[in-house]
Design a protein around this ligand. Structure first.
Ligand SMILES: C[S@@+](CC[C@H](N)C(=O)[O-])C[C@H]1O[C@@H](n2cnc3c(N)ncnc32)[C@H](O)[C@@H]1O
Length: 329
């Protein structure tokens, strides 16, 4: 897509979220705003978020992973700030949260309630700030390489016209061992160009969606390890006009986690030995779910692949596990 077309897309999306939509209920599909049951560690801070912030929430999943205390976290396409404020609570007074969005109206809502949340959470000074800019150009916002522990994003990457630059920028700003944990919309096939050009389908987070296989390839090309799927829910389209336009294309909302890791010396499919969860993650003491395929009950030794060992041993989860090398298993 040319630079002019990308700028037009940014403008179109910004108008959609700045003026066309006023609140979550204005959406025509549940692509942004899939309903879900929240876990206990989210319910408490969620109840403390300002109503105006919540009323303009347009996410499609839960993008708040475990073990955030003390982290520096970046939320891309932070909108009215709901996930930034959840993260602000969970990183604690010593942590730090940066939200980036390109839509003035959304940023105005987010900025309006910084003081309110500081008081709610009992902080002496704000630990969250919002910056106006493009995800594809984080360096222009002064966001340095290797400077964030965790990057999150909720229903936004599909809206980026230049997804290659977006993923490269995310990889760049993450510290080694850092994690990109995000929910987005994916299609079961490549979405045809005439649908990409439809402003409503694009704004509703449908026609900018990548086919899953294309996303996998882009993530690895940007430097990440292969994406790990955490959650998936089908998107239902009740609006008949929208359904007629998309025809037989199926969309899912999927939460993936991607890590910035050292290259494997053994090959990712090799035996990685065994790992035992110590039960020390405050928000999930009984078991830790890395993804849909890996659930670690406290105290139980589990044989893992080299790919999974690399994630656990090189990320912020390392101190919560005991590791036994493959050779001595
Ligand atoms: C579907 S809304 C999600 C907002 C927020 N994550 C939430 O869960 O409520 C998408 C948001 O991403 C922002 N956005 C989309 N593309 C962007 C880009 N390329 N750079 C910066 N912000 C972008 C929009 O302005 C909008 O606020």
């Amino acid at each position: 897509m040319s630079n002019t077309c990308q700028a037009d897309k940014h403008q179109e999306v910004s108008e959609y979220y700045g003026s066309t939509l006023q609140k979550s209920e204005d959406l025509k599909t549940n692509a942004c705003c899939t309903i879900q049951a929240y876990p206990e560690y989210i319910r408490k801070p969620l109840g403390m978020i300002h109503d105006e912030v919540t009323s303009k929430y347009y996410g499609c999943g839960l993008t708040i992973p475990h073990e955030l205390s003390g982290c520096r976290l970046l939320d891309l396409g932070s909108g009215s700030g709901r996930d930034c404020y959840l993260a602000s609570y969970l990183v604690g007074a010593e942590g730090n949260v940066v939200g980036v969005d390109m839509t003035d109206e959304q940023l105005a809502v987010a900025n309006r309630h910084i003081g309110y949340h500081m008081e709610q959470f009992g902080y002496d000074r704000p630990n969250v700030e919002f910056r106006n800019g493009l995800i594809e150009k984080l360096s222009e916002l002064g966001l340095e390489a290797d400077s964030f522990d965790v990057v999150i994003s909720n229903c936004v990457i599909n809206l980026c016209p230049d997804k290659v630059s977006a993923l490269r920028e995310i990889y760049r700003v993450l510290k080694p061992g850092g994690e990109f944990y995000f929910s987005d919309v994916y299609a079961d096939q490549t979405v045809p160009q005439h649908l990409v050009e439809d402003p409503v389908l694009y704004g509703e987070c449908l026609s900018g969606a990548l086919a899953e296989q294309d996303f996998m390839a882009l993530a690895v090309a940007a430097g990440f390890n292969p994406p790990r799927e955490v959650e998936r829910s089908p998107i239902t389209i009740e609006n008949e006009a929208v359904q007629a336009l998309v025809g037989d294309i199926r969309f899912d909302s999927i939460t993936y986690r991607l890590f910035k890791l050292p290259a494997s010396t053994k090959g990712e499919g090799a035996q990685g030995g065994s790992v035992t969860y110590k039960g020390t993650l405050e928000t999930t003491p009984d078991c830790f779910e890395l993804d849909l395929e890996h659930r670690f009950a406290v105290g139980a030794a589990v044989a893992v692949s080299e790919a999974v060992r690399l994630i656990l041993a090189n990320s912020r989860f390392a101190r919560h596990f005991e590791f036994i090398e493959a050779a001595s298993c």
